[in-house]
Ligand binder design. Sequence first.
Ligand SMILES: CC(C)(COP(=O)(O)OP(=O)(O)OC[C@H]1O[C@@H](n2cnc3c(N)ncnc32)[C@H](O)[C@@H]1OP(=O)(O)O)[C@@H](O)C(=O)NCCC(=O)NCCS
Length: 198
Amino acid sequence: MLGAAGPVVRDAPPESGRPVEVRDYETADEPSWLRCRALGLLDTSHGDEARQFKVRTDLELVAAGDNVVIGLLDVAVPGAEATIDVAVVHPDHRRRGIASALLGQALQRLERCGVHTVDAWVRDDEPALAWFARHGFVEAEQYLRIHASAEEVGTVLSVKHGLEPVAAVLHARVERETEMRHRFERVQVCRRMVRVLA
Ligand SMILES: CC(C)(COP(=O)(O)OP(=O)(O)OC[C@H]1O[C@@H](n2cnc3c(N)ncnc32)[C@H](O)[C@@H]1OP(=O)(O)O)[C@@H](O)C(=O)NCCC(=O)NCCS
């Protein structure tokens, strides 16, 4: 359903002199896809989310130079509402239009398939928020994501069935942000960014 009509070859980013190709993910990309994801998320609120294999999804695009993945975009397409699972560009290749090229290719295919809405959940990462805003995504809703440490978790969860919680990820309504920031060290606002397609 979401297959490419053909690979799109973009102009070379000015610094590298090598052409960058936007194309479908291939199984052979997995090692460099994982490296790109890990390095690209290091300086973000997702920095502690390591992954040792790629989770497959409906639309998987990569930007590759010399067959090395330097940008990636995964989109889940369960129906007419699609969700961007991940959009990452290697830190050495940012602000050269790579993520925008990936999104442009994805939107063309999604529109052809009758998708009418694309969304993404974004945390407190300014570059990502700026990038989504630049591409016409608007904030639709928010919630709090709380990473409770071993000490903090004991203040909200207790031993049950002989199992002692040592850490937890908790969700809360954004209206409770001030209270949650007093109680927990690591609180992130998660924003649903939405773009309606033509
Ligand atoms: C968000 C991200 C994918 C953008 O990739 P990119 O290839 O650098 O983006 P593009 O070059 O296509 O677009 C650049 C535009 O996005 C916005 N933008 C991107 N980074 C920005 C930053 N650090 N500060 C402000 N605006 C920024 C600007 O509008 C910019 O245009 P400009 O350079 O003319 O000012 C990249 O920063 C990234 O990988 N971030 C870490 C992963 C992440 O947080 N992903 C999103 C959630 S999964």
